[in-house]
Design a protein around this ligand. Structure first.
Ligand code: SAM
Ligand code: SF4
Length: 469
């Protein structure tokens, strides 16, 4: 890898962010209302506007922000939730991120990298419960070269099991050079995701003492290099709890603006994980800027309003009650039935915790999550159609093209959900799911579309699979 930070400059203006957070605090209700309206009118917010939302103290205004985010979600994206699972490939790591169970200095971590056969077994186990979309996760280690990552992605795509297969593989792996990114792009990855962890450079440098990840600039430039290699489907994120969450939200916004200004396209998804306990990792017992549940909910709503056209990912790090509430504020993807110990899906054992990066807050099975989503009126979706039909930037299209959600997203959610019901669901989920599908088909306004979806659902009953628009 050509590690070169010469000439790189940070696009995160620390002093400006701090000044805005101070000067915009306690804005009057009328300004907050105007900002929410701007977002509902389908505009990204400017940093000063996001800072004003972040500076709200009045409980009523906080409610107004959350309701604004809810309205935006309902109006533009409807009630689908896309489901995926993380697949940890290996936990070897040469970095020393103080919050991570995989860090090099953690003697309590049991190191493991999946063999080819392990990877096939893990994939089959995931397919066998109904998954169609994965994010493959890797520590940072010379073993996990771009070629290795490409090969493991290919193995997953090549693994068929019973009626199913994984149809979209996203990756979360250390940032590469442009050449490396070209190699993983050629393997057909969906989203390339990487978190900046903290956008506050000084904090970042303290918490990443050694290894390639210790360079703030190399990491910050990572997504630019991915873009240069032709990967325009990118996920950004910040690990909440390392520094003031308000600063991190501003950092995510500045990163978005930077990508838009430089490449004409912003990130596909934003993640905002909170720090969870990790074995042998006392730092996680009391993170310096721990985010409370209440602040976290507001954080999600403010991000939704600030960047209204970006997918938002909520992970099973969060406990069920928090997950259920923030789904309302604009989350578009969640993982479910997740295991984060290397090899856990196919060979779970008592030692799994030692191979895990951290501890999950939501340990429900995929079927239980689907049942509860269905009962909550959400359509669980395994849709992968835009990516496979070459419609890149689908989240932006959902937002920007009138009727896109009705033409593609809802029908594809119903088809992939029905596929799940036919092949994988429990009795109770089947019953609740069929009722929901009936109800949602009844709500399709366009008679042609209603006829077409009904016909495809019938085809599915005769054994056809993988039908989409
Ligand atoms: N090794 C690569 C890296 O660091 O970018 C990719 C994978 S790393 C396993 C995925 C993400 O997990 C990290 O970016 C970090 O934000 C998150 N993470 C690490 N430790 C965590 C913890 N204790 N709680 C929650 N998330 C954590
Ligand atoms: Fe390694 Fe990533 Fe964990 Fe840091 S966060 S120690 S780079 S696996």
């Amino acid at each position: 890898m050509k590690f070169n930070i010469e000439g790189l400059k940070s696009f995160i203006p620390d002093a400006t962010i701090e000044a805005l957070l101070e000067s915009e605090a306690n804005a009057p209700a009328s300004r907050i209302r105007d900002i929410i309206q701007k977002s509902l009118d389908k505009n990204r917010l400017e940093p000063a506007e996001t800072a004003a939302l972040l500076g709200v103290k009045d409980p009523e205004l906080k409610e107004m922000i959350k309701e604004g985010a809810h309205t935006l979600k309902e109006r533009i994206y409807g009630n689908r939730i896309v489901l995926f699972a993380p697949l940890y490939v290996g936990n070897e790591c040469i970095n020393d991120c103080v919050y991570c169970g995989f860090r090099i200095s953690n003697k309590d971590c049991e190191r493991k990298t999946l063999s080819h056969q392990d990877l096939v077994d893990e994939t089959k186990a995931l397919v066998d419960v109904g998954h169609k979309r994965l994010i493959m996760v890797y520590g940072e280690h010379p073993m996990y070269s771009p070629e290795y990552i490409a090969e493991t992605v290919q193995t997953v795509y090549d693994t068929k099991f019973k009626n199913g297969e994984i149809r979209r593989v996203n990756i979360n792996a250390a940032p590469m050079d442009v050449e490396g990114f070209r190699v993983v792009k050629a393997a057909g990855i969906g989203t390339y995701q990487i978190f900046q962890e903290s956008y506050h450079q000084k904090t970042y440098e303290q918490l990443h003492p050694s290894g390639p990840k210790s360079s703030f600039l190399w990491r910050l430039d990572g997504l630019d290099r991915a873009m240069k290699a032709g990967i325009d489907d990118l996920g950004i994120g910040a690990l909440m709890g390392l520094h003031d969450w308000r600063f991190e939200v501003m950092g995510l916004l500045y990163h978005t603006i930077h990508l838009e200004d430089t490449f004409g396209v912003g990130p596909h998804t934003i993640s905002f994980p909170r720090i969870e306990p990790a074995i042998g990792t006392s730092f996680t017992d009391s993170p310096p800027d721990k985010v409370s549940d209440e602040d976290f909910k507001l954080l999600v709503a403010i991000l939704r309003l600030s960047v209204p056209y970006t997918g938002m990912i909520l992970t099973a790090r969060e406990p069920v009650d928090v997950r259920n509430e923030v789904l309302r504020y604009g989350v578009s993807q969640i993982d479910a039935g997740s295991s984060i110990g290397v090899g856990d899906y196919s060979h779970k054992d008592d030692e799994s915790r030692k191979k895990s990066q951290f501890v999950l807050g939501d340990t429900r099975s995929l079927d239980d999550v689907i049942y509860e989503l269905t009962k909550g009126g959400y359509i669980p979706s395994f849709c992968t159609s835009c990516y496979r039909a070459g419609r890149t930037g689908e989240h932006f299209m959902e937002f920007a093209i009138p009727g896109f959600v009705k033409r593609f997203c809802t029908p594809n959610a119903l088809l992939t959900f029905s596929e799940y019901l036919h092949d994988y669901s429990s009795e109770r989920t089947l019953k609740a799911g069929l009722e929901l599908v009936d109800f949602e088909v009844g709500r399709i306004e366009d008679p042609e579309m209603k006829k077409s979806v009904t016909a495809k659902l019938e085809e599915m009953k005769t054994g056809k699979r993988d039908l989409y628009y």
